[in-house]
Design a protein around this ligand. Structure first.
Ligand SMILES: [Ca+2]
Ligand SMILES: [Ca+2]
Ligand SMILES: [Ca+2]
Length: 397
């Protein structure tokens, strides 16, 4: 322990020493200062900025920081390996007073190393494709002088100094080149990488070998599906008919009579799937069946009096077509007499009033159509006796 009085004595002694040093100091010490320039492993040191206020500098001593020393105002030194060296310069003046200064000298002949980082970190689609918006950036490190900047370009665009993240949200194939430069200007060899982005699913064109009429095909129909994709291309088109198992589409699809459902979707090479398409395909290849009354009997003003092998009608009569259709249903029935169109009916019962003047035999024909456009016919021969007496009677009344 030092007592309070001892402390005071120690301070006084220290002051006396300081005063005596100042008083006995003979002149002003020099000031050490230097510059240097680096060329790969070679450094030129120049201490001409060093000075002495009241004399001259008589000695320059360099400690190069790698275990070797040198002398002189301007010296060259070659380092064996890269690194960061602390260089000390000691200058001595003509009064043998010294001063030391130091600087860190970097030897760096190795370019930086850069990497590209993406988000998502790897392709999130099939076959190397990204299927969502993509971000990328660069990381770089350098051995000694530090990374100055990273340059990149997309396709044949301009070289750009990398700063923030780069986003790509448009589908395409991007060739990205990049490299880093360190503070000493050492340039890394260029990296090249390709990013492929496909954001849109394919679509499929639907084609048929014949046109539908009111939603009906009048016979077996060939369906052609033509998928296309703007970016990665179509990989597979899947389809199924009527709740079957999905199969790969290879050619056309034949759809026969009945009510059918065709479902399909295409997948591109990046794995994007088209939304399921559902088509109802209704095929009716069977024509309607047709029967006609009057038929095989003798009719008197529309009433059947007796059956007969032939058909004889006396007085006007409502001709009725009995039409039925198994799949698409009856659309209409048309009535012809001796090839001449007389009338049509699209609501059952399918009828037409035959009241022409006649005293002879005629061909009555009914042509019936189903909703798919199939045509069924029936023709009968009728002896039609209609002198129009009833009309004359009604007029006279
Ligand atoms: Ca470097
Ligand atoms: Ca696509
Ligand atoms: Ca039919």
């Amino acid at each position: 322990m030092i007592s309070k009085s001892e402390k005071g004595i120690a301070v006084i002694i220290a002051l006396l020493i300081a005063i005596s040093w100042n008083v006995t100091a003979d002149g002003v010490p020099p000031v050490a200062d230097f510059t240097y320039s680096v060329n790969a492993y070679n450094v030129t040191f120049n201490a001409s900025l060093s000075h002495d206020a009241d004399g001259i500098i008589v000695n320059y001593t360099w400690d190069f920081g790698d275990g070797s020393v040198g002398y002189g105002m301007v010296v060259n030194h070659s380092y064996a390996v890269e690194g960061i060296y602390t260089v000390n310069l000691t200058v001595k003046d003509n009064q043998s007073m010294e001063n030391v200064t130091s600087a860190q000298v970097i030897i760096d002949v190795t370019p930086p190393v850069s990497h590209m980082v993406t988000l998502p970190s790897s392709p999130n689609g099939a076959e190397g494709w990204y299927v969502t918006e993509l971000q990328f950036w660069f990381n770089a490190s350098d051995n000694f002088s530090g990374v100055k900047n990273i340059l990149y370009r997309i396709n044949d665009g301009n070289w750009t100094t990398f700063d923030p993240n780069v986003s790509i949200n448009k589908e395409g194939i991007y060739n990205i080149s990049y490299y880093a430069i360190d503070a000493y200007g050492n340039e890394e060899e260029m990296h090249n990488t390709t990013l492929k982005m496909d954001l849109k699913p394919p679509s499929t064109l639907f084609n048929t070998s014949k046109n539908a009429s009111d939603g009906w095909y009048s016979g077996e129909v060939e369906i052609k599906l033509m998928p296309y994709d703007s970016m990665s291309g179509v990989k597979t088109l899947y389809y199924r008919l009527d709740d079957g198992v999905y199969a790969e589409y290879e050619g056309s699809i034949s759809v026969g009579e009945g009510f059918h459902v065709l479902e399909y979707f295409a997948v591109d090479n990046a794995g994007n799937a088209e939304e399921l398409v559902r088509k109802e395909i209704n095929v009716d290849s069977t024509p309607p069946s047709v029967d006609i009354t009057p038929y095989n009997g003798i009719y008197f003003f529309g009433r059947k009096i007796i059956s007969s092998d032939t058909t004889i009608v006396v007085g006007n009569i409502t001709v009725e077509a009995m039409v039925s259709d198994v799949i698409s249903g009856v659309k209409e029935a048309k009535f012809y007499v001796d090839g001449e169109f007389k009338g049509k009916d699209s609501v059952p019962p399918y009828q037409w009033l035959w009241d022409d003047f006649s005293l002879g035999s005629h061909e009555i024909k009914v042509v019936a159509y189903d909703n798919a456009g199939n045509k069924g016919e029936k023709e009968i021969t009728v002896l039609f006796i209609n002198p129009k007496i009833s009309n004359q009677i009604s007029v006279n009344e």
